[in-house]
Design a protein around this ligand. Structure first.
Ligand code: PLP
Length: 375
Protein backbone atom coordinates (compact mmCIF):
# COMPACT_ATOMS: atom_id res chain seq x y z
CA UNK A 1 0.00 0.00 0.00
CA UNK A 2 1.27 3.45 -0.90
CA UNK A 3 -0.54 6.39 0.64
CA UNK A 4 0.76 9.91 0.03
CA UNK A 5 0.32 12.66 2.62
CA UNK A 6 -1.89 14.74 0.37
CA UNK A 7 -3.67 14.59 -2.98
CA UNK A 8 -5.12 17.98 -3.96
CA UNK A 9 -8.86 17.76 -4.59
CA UNK A 10 -10.16 18.58 -8.06
CA UNK A 11 -13.72 18.41 -9.35
CA UNK A 12 -14.85 18.15 -12.96
CA UNK A 13 -15.46 21.90 -13.27
CA UNK A 14 -12.04 23.57 -12.96
CA UNK A 15 -11.29 23.13 -16.67
CA UNK A 16 -14.78 24.25 -17.68
CA UNK A 17 -14.43 27.49 -15.75
CA UNK A 18 -10.90 28.07 -17.05
CA UNK A 19 -12.32 27.73 -20.58
CA UNK A 20 -15.01 30.26 -19.66
CA UNK A 21 -12.33 32.65 -18.43
CA UNK A 22 -10.46 32.24 -21.70
CA UNK A 23 -13.64 32.88 -23.66
CA UNK A 24 -14.30 36.01 -21.60
CA UNK A 25 -10.95 37.35 -22.82
CA UNK A 26 -9.79 38.64 -19.44
CA UNK A 27 -7.06 36.48 -17.95
CA UNK A 28 -5.20 39.00 -15.82
CA UNK A 29 -6.28 39.79 -12.28
CA UNK A 30 -9.59 41.16 -11.00
CA UNK A 31 -11.60 39.50 -13.78
CA UNK A 32 -15.00 37.81 -13.78
CA UNK A 33 -14.03 34.78 -11.64
CA UNK A 34 -12.05 36.86 -9.16
CA UNK A 35 -15.18 38.93 -8.55
CA UNK A 36 -17.40 35.82 -8.38
CA UNK A 37 -15.15 34.19 -5.76
CA UNK A 38 -14.90 37.38 -3.70
CA UNK A 39 -18.67 37.83 -3.72
CA UNK A 40 -19.28 34.27 -2.53
CA UNK A 41 -16.72 34.56 0.27
CA UNK A 42 -18.15 37.89 1.42
CA UNK A 43 -21.71 36.64 1.39
CA UNK A 44 -21.06 33.23 2.88
CA UNK A 45 -18.73 34.28 5.68
CA UNK A 46 -19.57 37.90 6.42
CA UNK A 47 -16.25 39.51 5.49
CA UNK A 48 -16.72 43.23 4.73
CA UNK A 49 -14.43 43.02 1.70
CA UNK A 50 -12.19 40.33 0.25
CA UNK A 51 -9.35 40.45 -2.26
CA UNK A 52 -7.95 37.28 -3.78
CA UNK A 53 -4.16 37.15 -3.61
CA UNK A 54 -1.50 34.89 -5.06
CA UNK A 55 -0.93 33.30 -1.63
CA UNK A 56 -1.61 33.67 2.06
CA UNK A 57 1.98 34.87 2.33
CA UNK A 58 1.03 37.74 0.01
CA UNK A 59 -2.08 38.53 2.04
CA UNK A 60 0.16 38.77 5.12
CA UNK A 61 2.53 41.01 3.13
CA UNK A 62 -0.41 43.29 2.38
CA UNK A 63 -1.30 43.35 6.09
CA UNK A 64 2.18 44.52 7.06
CA UNK A 65 1.94 47.31 4.45
CA UNK A 66 -1.58 48.32 5.52
CA UNK A 67 -0.49 48.55 9.16
CA UNK A 68 2.53 50.68 8.13
CA UNK A 69 4.92 48.40 10.00
CA UNK A 70 8.29 50.09 10.56
CA UNK A 71 11.66 49.13 12.07
CA UNK A 72 11.33 48.91 15.82
CA UNK A 73 7.67 47.91 15.84
CA UNK A 74 6.95 44.74 17.80
CA UNK A 75 4.65 42.02 16.52
CA UNK A 76 3.35 39.16 18.68
CA UNK A 77 3.42 35.91 16.70
CA UNK A 78 3.30 32.26 17.78
CA UNK A 79 6.55 30.38 17.46
CA UNK A 80 4.61 27.32 16.36
CA UNK A 81 3.55 28.45 12.89
CA UNK A 82 4.65 28.56 9.29
CA UNK A 83 7.45 30.96 8.34
CA UNK A 84 5.05 33.14 6.35
CA UNK A 85 3.27 34.38 9.47
CA UNK A 86 6.44 36.23 10.50
CA UNK A 87 8.02 36.95 7.13
CA UNK A 88 6.17 40.09 6.06
CA UNK A 89 6.66 41.79 9.44
CA UNK A 90 10.34 40.83 9.64
CA UNK A 91 10.91 42.28 6.17
CA UNK A 92 9.52 45.64 7.34
CA UNK A 93 12.18 45.60 10.06
CA UNK A 94 9.83 44.76 12.91
CA UNK A 95 10.90 42.74 15.92
CA UNK A 96 9.07 39.44 16.18
CA UNK A 97 8.07 38.74 19.77
CA UNK A 98 7.35 35.03 19.81
CA UNK A 99 4.58 33.70 22.02
CA UNK A 100 4.06 30.13 23.19
CA UNK A 101 1.21 27.78 22.30
CA UNK A 102 -1.32 26.58 24.84
CA UNK A 103 -0.36 23.28 26.47
CA UNK A 104 -3.58 21.64 25.29
CA UNK A 105 -3.64 23.10 21.77
CA UNK A 106 -1.09 24.55 19.30
CA UNK A 107 -2.98 27.89 19.14
CA UNK A 108 -1.48 30.85 21.02
CA UNK A 109 -1.80 31.01 24.77
CA UNK A 110 -4.05 34.05 25.12
CA UNK A 111 -3.08 34.35 28.80
CA UNK A 112 0.54 35.13 27.86
CA UNK A 113 -0.20 38.02 25.48
CA UNK A 114 -0.45 40.94 27.89
CA UNK A 115 2.92 40.21 29.50
CA UNK A 116 4.56 40.66 26.09
CA UNK A 117 2.97 44.02 25.23
CA UNK A 118 5.25 47.09 25.34
CA UNK A 119 4.84 50.65 24.04
CA UNK A 120 6.26 49.39 20.71
CA UNK A 121 3.77 46.57 20.18
CA UNK A 122 1.59 47.09 17.09
CA UNK A 123 0.03 43.82 16.00
CA UNK A 124 -1.05 40.43 17.36
CA UNK A 125 -1.18 37.58 14.84
CA UNK A 126 -3.19 34.61 16.09
CA UNK A 127 -2.87 31.49 13.94
CA UNK A 128 -5.90 29.20 13.86
CA UNK A 129 -3.92 25.99 13.79
CA UNK A 130 -5.65 23.13 11.96
CA UNK A 131 -8.58 25.49 11.42
CA UNK A 132 -9.42 25.48 15.14
CA UNK A 133 -10.01 28.94 16.58
CA UNK A 134 -7.83 30.78 19.06
CA UNK A 135 -9.81 32.52 21.83
CA UNK A 136 -10.72 35.55 19.72
CA UNK A 137 -12.89 37.39 22.28
CA UNK A 138 -10.01 37.44 24.71
CA UNK A 139 -7.52 38.43 22.01
CA UNK A 140 -9.70 41.26 20.65
CA UNK A 141 -10.34 42.53 24.16
CA UNK A 142 -6.60 42.79 24.81
CA UNK A 143 -6.00 44.37 21.39
CA UNK A 144 -8.70 47.01 21.95
CA UNK A 145 -7.45 47.79 25.42
CA UNK A 146 -3.90 48.41 24.15
CA UNK A 147 -4.87 49.88 20.79
CA UNK A 148 -3.30 47.10 18.72
CA UNK A 149 -4.20 45.60 15.35
CA UNK A 150 -5.10 41.95 14.94
CA UNK A 151 -4.54 39.99 11.76
CA UNK A 152 -5.79 36.42 11.85
CA UNK A 153 -3.58 33.93 10.07
CA UNK A 154 -6.53 31.88 8.88
CA UNK A 155 -4.49 29.92 6.32
CA UNK A 156 -6.03 26.64 7.54
CA UNK A 157 -9.34 28.08 8.58
CA UNK A 158 -11.76 28.49 5.69
CA UNK A 159 -15.29 27.50 6.72
CA UNK A 160 -14.46 27.38 10.42
CA UNK A 161 -16.04 29.41 13.21
CA UNK A 162 -15.55 30.95 16.64
CA UNK A 163 -18.80 31.31 18.59
CA UNK A 164 -20.66 31.44 15.29
CA UNK A 165 -18.39 34.03 13.64
CA UNK A 166 -16.31 32.85 10.71
CA UNK A 167 -12.58 32.81 11.32
CA UNK A 168 -10.82 35.59 9.45
CA UNK A 169 -13.79 37.93 10.01
CA UNK A 170 -13.00 38.89 13.61
CA UNK A 171 -9.59 40.64 13.49
CA UNK A 172 -9.01 43.89 11.56
CA UNK A 173 -7.72 41.67 8.75
CA UNK A 174 -7.76 37.94 8.00
CA UNK A 175 -5.46 35.97 5.68
CA UNK A 176 -6.39 32.72 3.94
CA UNK A 177 -4.47 30.20 1.88
CA UNK A 178 -5.62 28.20 -1.13
CA UNK A 179 -2.36 26.31 -1.38
CA UNK A 180 -2.88 22.72 -2.53
CA UNK A 181 -2.62 21.43 1.05
CA UNK A 182 -5.65 23.42 2.25
CA UNK A 183 -9.32 22.36 2.17
CA UNK A 184 -10.05 24.27 -1.05
CA UNK A 185 -7.17 25.16 -3.31
CA UNK A 186 -5.95 26.50 -6.64
CA UNK A 187 -2.35 25.28 -6.48
CA UNK A 188 -1.04 28.52 -5.03
CA UNK A 189 -3.53 31.13 -3.92
CA UNK A 190 -4.80 33.19 -1.03
CA UNK A 191 -7.15 35.91 0.12
CA UNK A 192 -7.13 38.99 2.28
CA UNK A 193 -10.34 39.61 4.23
CA UNK A 194 -10.72 43.23 5.29
CA UNK A 195 -13.06 43.63 8.24
CA UNK A 196 -12.14 47.16 9.28
CA UNK A 197 -13.53 49.53 6.68
CA UNK A 198 -10.69 52.00 7.17
CA UNK A 199 -8.41 49.65 5.24
CA UNK A 200 -10.58 48.86 2.22
CA UNK A 201 -9.65 51.67 -0.15
CA UNK A 202 -5.93 51.48 0.51
CA UNK A 203 -5.95 47.65 0.32
CA UNK A 204 -7.28 47.81 -3.24
CA UNK A 205 -4.50 50.22 -4.21
CA UNK A 206 -1.72 48.18 -2.61
CA UNK A 207 -3.20 45.09 -4.31
CA UNK A 208 -2.92 46.60 -7.81
CA UNK A 209 0.68 47.87 -7.83
CA UNK A 210 -0.01 51.03 -5.86
CA UNK A 211 -2.50 52.33 -8.44
CA UNK A 212 -6.18 53.22 -8.25
CA UNK A 213 -6.90 50.92 -11.17
CA UNK A 214 -9.84 49.18 -9.44
CA UNK A 215 -11.55 52.55 -8.86
CA UNK A 216 -10.85 53.55 -12.47
CA UNK A 217 -12.56 50.44 -13.84
CA UNK A 218 -15.57 51.09 -11.64
CA UNK A 219 -15.76 54.56 -13.20
CA UNK A 220 -15.01 56.28 -9.91
CA UNK A 221 -12.03 58.21 -11.29
CA UNK A 222 -11.17 59.37 -14.83
CA UNK A 223 -7.62 58.01 -14.92
CA UNK A 224 -5.50 55.62 -12.99
CA UNK A 225 -2.16 56.51 -11.56
CA UNK A 226 0.46 55.83 -8.92
CA UNK A 227 -1.16 56.52 -5.54
CA UNK A 228 0.79 54.60 -2.90
CA UNK A 229 3.19 51.74 -2.22
CA UNK A 230 2.09 48.29 -3.38
CA UNK A 231 2.94 45.28 -5.46
CA UNK A 232 1.29 42.81 -7.80
CA UNK A 233 -0.70 40.84 -5.24
CA UNK A 234 -3.64 39.80 -7.42
CA UNK A 235 -3.85 36.36 -9.04
CA UNK A 236 -4.67 35.64 -12.66
CA UNK A 237 -8.35 35.05 -13.39
CA UNK A 238 -7.30 31.52 -14.47
CA UNK A 239 -6.49 30.73 -10.83
CA UNK A 240 -9.73 32.34 -9.71
CA UNK A 241 -11.68 30.20 -12.22
CA UNK A 242 -10.05 27.09 -10.76
CA UNK A 243 -10.84 28.25 -7.24
CA UNK A 244 -14.47 28.95 -8.12
CA UNK A 245 -14.97 25.27 -9.01
CA UNK A 246 -13.55 24.32 -5.62
CA UNK A 247 -15.77 26.80 -3.85
CA UNK A 248 -18.85 25.26 -5.48
CA UNK A 249 -17.81 21.88 -4.06
CA UNK A 250 -16.95 23.12 -0.59
CA UNK A 251 -19.83 21.32 1.16
CA UNK A 252 -19.04 18.04 -0.52
CA UNK A 253 -15.34 18.35 0.37
CA UNK A 254 -16.09 19.26 3.97
CA UNK A 255 -18.53 16.40 4.45
CA UNK A 256 -15.95 13.88 3.24
CA UNK A 257 -13.09 15.38 5.26
CA UNK A 258 -15.24 15.37 8.38
CA UNK A 259 -15.98 11.67 7.94
CA UNK A 260 -12.28 10.88 7.57
CA UNK A 261 -11.36 13.02 10.58
CA UNK A 262 -13.93 11.37 12.81
CA UNK A 263 -12.86 7.91 11.68
CA UNK A 264 -9.27 8.66 12.75
CA UNK A 265 -10.45 10.10 16.05
CA UNK A 266 -12.58 7.04 16.89
CA UNK A 267 -9.94 4.61 15.66
CA UNK A 268 -7.17 6.10 17.78
CA UNK A 269 -9.19 6.64 20.96
CA UNK A 270 -7.93 3.41 22.58
CA UNK A 271 -4.39 4.82 22.45
CA UNK A 272 -5.48 8.00 24.16
CA UNK A 273 -7.23 5.97 26.86
CA UNK A 274 -3.92 4.29 27.60
CA UNK A 275 -2.25 7.73 27.63
CA UNK A 276 0.04 6.76 24.75
CA UNK A 277 -1.00 9.71 22.57
CA UNK A 278 -3.03 12.92 22.92
CA UNK A 279 -5.84 13.51 20.44
CA UNK A 280 -6.67 17.02 19.19
CA UNK A 281 -8.71 19.31 21.44
CA UNK A 282 -11.58 21.31 19.92
CA UNK A 283 -12.47 24.01 22.49
CA UNK A 284 -16.22 24.50 23.06
CA UNK A 285 -16.10 27.89 21.32
CA UNK A 286 -14.57 26.47 18.14
CA UNK A 287 -15.69 24.39 15.17
CA UNK A 288 -13.48 21.89 13.40
CA UNK A 289 -13.12 22.43 9.64
CA UNK A 290 -10.96 19.29 9.50
CA UNK A 291 -8.06 20.98 7.75
CA UNK A 292 -5.81 18.51 9.47
CA UNK A 293 -5.78 15.37 11.57
CA UNK A 294 -2.97 15.45 14.08
CA UNK A 295 -2.12 13.86 17.41
CA UNK A 296 0.70 14.32 19.88
CA UNK A 297 3.11 11.55 20.94
CA UNK A 298 4.73 11.25 24.37
CA UNK A 299 8.21 12.17 23.17
CA UNK A 300 10.27 12.89 20.07
CA UNK A 301 11.85 9.46 19.78
CA UNK A 302 8.51 7.68 19.86
CA UNK A 303 7.15 10.15 17.28
CA UNK A 304 10.14 9.84 14.94
CA UNK A 305 10.04 6.06 15.09
CA UNK A 306 6.32 6.06 14.39
CA UNK A 307 6.87 8.16 11.27
CA UNK A 308 9.56 5.71 10.14
CA UNK A 309 7.31 2.72 10.89
CA UNK A 310 4.51 4.22 8.80
CA UNK A 311 6.88 5.16 5.99
CA UNK A 312 8.29 1.62 5.90
CA UNK A 313 4.70 0.50 5.42
CA UNK A 314 4.08 2.87 2.54
CA UNK A 315 2.32 5.63 4.46
CA UNK A 316 3.52 9.19 4.43
CA UNK A 317 2.65 10.77 7.77
CA UNK A 318 4.58 13.93 8.65
CA UNK A 319 5.62 16.20 11.48
CA UNK A 320 4.86 19.90 11.27
CA UNK A 321 6.35 23.28 12.21
CA UNK A 322 9.75 23.69 13.83
CA UNK A 323 9.69 26.42 16.50
CA UNK A 324 10.48 29.71 14.73
CA UNK A 325 12.24 31.14 17.79
CA UNK A 326 14.89 28.44 17.25
CA UNK A 327 15.13 28.86 13.46
CA UNK A 328 18.52 29.57 11.86
CA UNK A 329 17.24 32.99 10.76
CA UNK A 330 15.74 34.17 14.04
CA UNK A 331 17.41 32.33 16.94
CA UNK A 332 20.01 35.08 17.50
CA UNK A 333 17.35 37.80 17.31
CA UNK A 334 15.00 36.06 19.75
CA UNK A 335 15.02 37.42 23.30
CA UNK A 336 15.92 34.06 24.82
CA UNK A 337 12.61 33.15 26.46
CA UNK A 338 11.84 29.42 26.47
CA UNK A 339 8.65 28.45 24.66
CA UNK A 340 8.22 24.87 25.86
CA UNK A 341 4.80 24.09 24.39
CA UNK A 342 5.89 25.16 20.92
CA UNK A 343 8.88 22.84 21.25
CA UNK A 344 6.67 19.95 22.38
CA UNK A 345 4.43 20.31 19.32
CA UNK A 346 7.53 20.56 17.10
CA UNK A 347 8.98 17.38 18.59
CA UNK A 348 5.91 15.23 19.16
CA UNK A 349 3.13 16.11 16.72
CA UNK A 350 2.13 13.77 13.87
CA UNK A 351 -0.14 14.62 10.93
CA UNK A 352 -1.91 11.81 9.06
CA UNK A 353 -2.97 11.72 5.39
CA UNK A 354 -6.34 13.49 5.02
CA UNK A 355 -7.67 14.14 1.54
CA UNK A 356 -10.87 13.68 -0.41
CA UNK A 357 -9.77 10.54 -2.23
CA UNK A 358 -8.56 8.66 0.83
CA UNK A 359 -10.64 5.48 1.04
CA UNK A 360 -12.03 3.90 4.18
CA UNK A 361 -9.92 0.79 3.52
CA UNK A 362 -6.73 2.85 3.31
CA UNK A 363 -7.69 4.67 6.44
CA UNK A 364 -8.37 1.51 8.43
CA UNK A 365 -4.97 0.26 7.33
CA UNK A 366 -3.31 3.42 8.67
CA UNK A 367 -5.16 3.14 11.98
CA UNK A 368 -4.21 -0.56 12.30
CA UNK A 369 -0.57 0.21 11.69
CA UNK A 370 -0.56 2.86 14.41
CA UNK A 371 -2.31 0.53 16.87
CA UNK A 372 0.24 -2.16 16.05
CA UNK A 373 3.13 0.24 16.58
CA UNK A 374 2.01 0.71 20.16
CA UNK A 375 1.42 -3.01 20.83
C1 PLP B 1 -0.02 27.37 4.42
C2 PLP B 1 0.23 28.44 5.45
C3 PLP B 1 0.62 29.74 5.12
C4 PLP B 1 1.07 30.12 3.76
O1 PLP B 1 0.14 29.96 2.80
P1 PLP B 1 0.56 30.21 1.28
O2 PLP B 1 -0.74 30.36 0.60
O3 PLP B 1 1.32 28.98 0.88
O4 PLP B 1 1.39 31.43 1.23
C5 PLP B 1 0.67 30.71 6.11
N1 PLP B 1 0.38 30.42 7.39
C6 PLP B 1 0.03 29.17 7.76
C7 PLP B 1 -0.32 28.91 9.19
C8 PLP B 1 -0.02 28.15 6.80
O5 PLP B 1 -0.31 26.89 7.18
Amino acid sequence: MNIPFNIPYTSDRELIYIQEAIAAGHLSGNGMFTKKCQRVFEKQYGFKKTLLTTSCTNALDMSALLFDIKPGDEIIIPSYTFVSTALAFARQGAKIVFIDSRSDHPGINENEIEKLITSKTKVIVPVHYAGVACDMNKIMEIANKHNLFVVEDAAHAIDSFYKGKSLGSIGHLGCFSFHETKNIQCGEGGMLAINDERFIERAEIIWEKGTNRAQFFRGETDRYQWMDIGSSFLPSDINAAFLYAQLENLDLIQKKRKRIWEQYYEGLKPLEKEKLITLPLIPEYATNNTNMFYFVCRNKKERDNLLIWLKDNGILAVFHYLSLHKSPYYKNKHDGRDLPNSDIFSDCLVRLPLYYELTLKQQLNIIDLILNYYK
